[in-house]
Design a protein around this ligand. Structure first.
Ligand code: ZN
Length: 308
């Protein structure tokens, strides 16, 4: 608890700094002009603004590139990302699946995490992504180069992915996926759900995983963070996506930034307790609640007549 409130306070203090820095380091989160920091919404007693959500997601530049202790989440799913950028490894008897390479400069860190868990980086056969922003998929070309993995991407995100070219490298796309597509390896199946809004091809991944004689529904949520300005097309996309994510069976919520599923808090419990803290059906809708409240508030502001 102490650590949490301390890190919360720290997050607030650095929020402004993070925004300034992330304008340079993360085209993903701040395309164009920095957004004004309103509206504010309160969900389950916590107040959020566009800037506080961004700071919560990204942390500091150091957080974005510092290894978080790799750990088993549940079943055959492992965390191999940094403190604030998620990367998940799904292990199967016929090779492994990596979801999100994050920044290219993080690929060696992800490789180290995979090895520390006792797996081989070269066993990654398929590389999937959350959405076509550099903080989640910039490293795809390097992962493919190092592992030979097949890169699969939601068709609607392909144009944005092709614009991500670290060091001039072409972004690899070996297979285009469409809404509802299944990706199967070694008896494990992930389903790709198109949940657009944050990007055109934002992909929510679902899978079932066994643990302790039960089967759990895992949902790796795509970002639902709305931009500062909403067009009618974006409004339609977000409306569809909020409805869809709320309909998915969910026991274990995960997300493209670990703060979306309170990873640090759960990880601390993992080390202390017996029950798997990542099983959190009650927390499955929290991120959608926060982002939908923000989306509705932005929309309401936009529809108000302009202030003189
Ligand atoms: Zn993004």
């Amino acid at each position: 608890m102490k650590k949490n409130s301390r890190s919360k306070a720290f997050t607030c203090v650095v929020a402004a700094l993070v925004l300034g820095l992330s304008a340079n380091t993360n085209q993903a989160q701040t395309a164009g002009q920095p957004a004004p920091d309103h509206p504010a919404v309160t969900v389950q007693g916590n107040t959020y603004t566009p800037r506080s959500i961004l700071a919560r997601n990204m942390g500091t530049p150091e957080d974005q590139t510092t290894q978080f202790p790799p750990h088993k989440i549940i079943g055959d799913i492992y965390y191999v990302g940094t403190r604030t950028l998620s990367s998940f490894l799904v292990v199967t008897p016929q090779g492994n699946i990596l979801i999100d390479s994050t920044y290219e400069r993080n690929v060696t860190t992800i490789e180290k995490s995979v090895q520390q868990l006792g797996f081989k980086f070269s066993d990654i056969k398929i590389l999937l992504g959350n959405h076509a922003h550099g903080d989640h998929q910039e490293g795809d070309a390097l992962v493919k180069q190092l592992t030979g993995a097949q890169v699969m991407a939601m068709a609607e995100d392909v144009p944005a992915l092709q614009a991500i070219k670290p060091g001039g490298k072409e972004h690899p796309v070996d297979k285009m996926l469409h809404d509802g597509a299944s990706v199967t390896l070694g008896g494990t199946t992930l389903v790709a759900h198109l949940t657009p809004g944050h990007t055109r091809g934002c992909t929510t991944w679902t899978m079932k995983t066994p643990e302790g004689g039960k089967t759990y529904n895992v949902v790796i949520n795509c970002s639902l963070r709305p931009p500062a300005a909403l067009t009618p097309a974006l409004v339609a996309e977000f409306n569809r996506s909020f409805k869809l994510v709320r309909s998915l069976p969910c026991d274990v919520p995960l997300g493209d930034h670990p703060a979306q599923y309170r990873m640090e808090e759960k990880y601390a419990k993992l080390r202390n307790g017996s029950r798997n803290p990542f099983i959190d059906a009650a927390g499955c809708r929290l991120e959608a609640d926060i982002e939908e409240a923000m989306f509705r508030a932005i929309l309401a502001e936009q529809q108000k007549p302009a202030q003189p």
